[in-house]
Design a protein around this ligand. Structure first.
Ligand SMILES: [Zn+2]
Length: 78
């Protein structure tokens, strides 16, 4: 219980708050960690990332599309 995450909010004295953070958050309930506060979780959040737009994923889709084009060309000729 001693090594549970602590609130990192800066107090008016300049020192970190150090109160125990709300579960799943990085702030205590006094500093914006209250239940229901903050953004929506998952896909509803504007910062949600799917991993579909990494350089590797884009390259893979491009290569598959190219292969399909080549395949179509080959079957056309026969
Ligand atoms: Zn706090």
């Amino acid at each position: 219980m001693q090594d549970c995450p602590r609130c990192g909010a800066r107090t008016r004295q300049g020192a970190p708050c150090r109160s125990p953070a709300v579960t799943g958050k990085t702030r205590c309930r006094m500093h914006g960690g209250a239940k229901g506060s903050g953004g929506q979780s998952g896909q509803a959040n504007g910062r949600y990332r799917t991993g579909q737009h990494t350089r590797e994923a884009k390259e893979m889709r491009r290569m598959v599309a190219e292969l399909l084009r080549e395949g179509a060309k080959l079957t056309e000729r026969s």
